[in-house]
Design a protein around this ligand. Structure first.
Ligand code: NAD
Ligand code: IPM
Ligand code: MN
Length: 329
């Protein structure tokens, strides 16, 4: 199996090195090919997603990606984030799974990833007004709703569909389509929730949730919140899946420019994304579970500063590798 590796920007290369070491230990047969992406690619080639990188991602069995983004390009015409949106769209990875677990909380956000505000018509009018538009076709809602129902069926059997149907036309369509799909899943308990209330409920009583399905922008915001209430952004992984073709595996967090280069980034989200890759792209559930356990051990033995500890990225990685070798022996 071939994995296209996109280390990305900021802390990206630091946490990617950690994932590479874990894969070398656990799955040395995986072929890892590194490609430029994000700000690093803009500097090298003038574009955040070079053709060669896109072709390699398409040809791979999976893509493992570090975060991208650099303050240097925040106001530029060509930005790293444009490359990420294009990559998601080109790969058709519409289903973004963002799990968070801690204590009594076991929440899976299923975020629609290739539609909505991120991909609608946009521009700046002559008078200076800027606009972004949110559009959804019923088929885009139906396919993500089906994914979420299927996932809820294999978990706690509960699905919360989050929208803003009291204001938005796209949300009223969202609600209608989710209800239609629900008829095929009588075994799943489904509820609608408005996004403002959902944010409050995730902050206040996250144990009530099993699977949340929502549109692109709401999912972006709520998944950082869900990460925060389950230990922090440094822990939160994601898997972005299409119906066929390579999946994209990346942490929920960004390139953390404030700590880049310190050697103190928490690699847990990247390692958990690697576990999701082993599970979803390679069908290697046992190895995925081994990575999960190794991360849990490292979190207990060598917590990084974001968790109140003092371990470096390298020390955390060493603890995870020790856990894997002890287990494998
Ligand atoms: P961020 O997620 O990079 O950082 C938010 C805060 O969390 C910072 O204080 C940071 O130090 C901390 N943090 C994040 N990940 C951490 C880790 N693994 N270990 C320890 N601390 C961690 O969000 P931001 O600062 O708003 O964005 C920075 C850049 O990242 C922007 O350019 C943004 O566009 C980009 N971004 C990229 C992705 C992605 O590639 N998928 C995701 C989110 C943001
Ligand atoms: C994420 C990020 C991206 C998003 C940005 C970098 C385009 O915040 O993966 O959550 O908004 O999807
Ligand atoms: Mn985000």
């Amino acid at each position: 199996m071939r994995v296209a590796l996109l280390p990305g920007d900021g802390i990206g290369p630091e946490i990617t090195a950690s994932a590479v070491r874990v894969l070398a230990e656990l799955a040395p047969d995986l072929e890892l090919d590194e490609h430029p992406f994000g700000a690093a690619a803009i500097r090298a080639t003038g574009t955040p997603l070079p053709d060669e990188t896109l072709a390699a991602c398409r040809a791979a069995d999976a893509v493992l990606k570090g975060p991208i983004g650099d303050p240097e390009f925040d106001a530029a015409d060509v930005r790293p984030e444009q490359g990420l949106l294009r990559l998601r769209s080109e790969l058709g990875v519409y289903a973004n799974l963002r799990p968070s677990r801690a204590g009594g909380i076991d929440l899976l956000i299923v975020r629609e990833l290739v539609g909505g505000l991120y991909y609608g018509a946009r521009g700046v009018r002559e008078d200076g007004t800027a606009f972004d538009t949110c559009e959804y076709h019923p088929s885009q809602i139906e396919r993500i709703a089906r994914r979420a129902f299927e996932l809820a069926r294999t978990r706690g059997g509960k699905l919360t569909s989050v929208d803003k149907a009291n204001v938005l036309e796209t949300s009223r369509l969202w609600r209608r389509v989710v209800r239609e799909v629900a008829a095929d899943y009588p075994d799943v308990d489904v509820e609608d929730m408005l996004v403002d209330n959902a944010a409050m409920q995730i902050a206040d009583a996250p144990q009530q949730f099993d699977v949340i399905v929502t549109e692109n922008m709401f999912g972006d915001i709520l998944s950082d919140l869900a990460a925060a209430v389950t230990g922090g952004l440094g822990l939160a992984p994601s898997a972005s899946l299409s119906d066929n073709g390579p999946g994209l595996f990346e942490p929920v967090h960004g390139s953390a420019p404030d700590i880049a280069g310190n050697g103190s980034a928490n690699p847990a989200a990247m390692l958990r994304s690697t576990a999701l890759l082993l599970e979803h792209a390679c069908g290697r559930a046992d190895e995925a579970a081994a990575v999960e356990r190794a991360v849990d051990r490292a979190l207990a033995e060598a917590p990084t500063p974001d968790l109140g500890g003092t371990a470096t990225t390298a020390e955390f990685t060493a603890a995870a590798l020790r856990a894997l070798t002890v287990e494998g022996a």
